[in-house]
Design a protein around this ligand. Sequence first.
Ligand code: CU
Length: 141
Amino acid sequence: MKTALTRLLTPVLFVSTVALAHSPGEHAKVYFKNLKDGDTITMPYRVRFGIEGYGIVPAGTRDKRRHAAGHHHLLVDYAGTPDLDEPLPRNAHCLHFDGGETEAVLDLPPGRHTLQLILGDEDHEPTDPPLISRKITVFVK
Ligand SMILES: [Cu+2]
């Protein structure tokens, strides 16, 4: 009996999750395609941003695509985690890829740096739930 109920409920829950606007599903994620924690790299370095289960559109997109897509932000040596209920800041530690870019060329000074990706909506606010990668540390030669 319990098994039958579980089978019945699962598809219903899945459909309601997908239908929520501005709400990436639980399997959606952003990640670095060509960097991992602890990597040593040389500058300039072309870093590629990955996304699964959600889309990319330019910042400010107001049509229906905004319900299932956003744009990347790269946090560079960002202290802590941004406020997830406010628009992301725009400064040297929080870079916006307003055009929907999925890669960037880094030119960081030698030493240890942290990098993290976070997706923002048309108003640069993190999605709910947030699509945020692990914060990784890289070493620049
Ligand atoms: Cu932004």
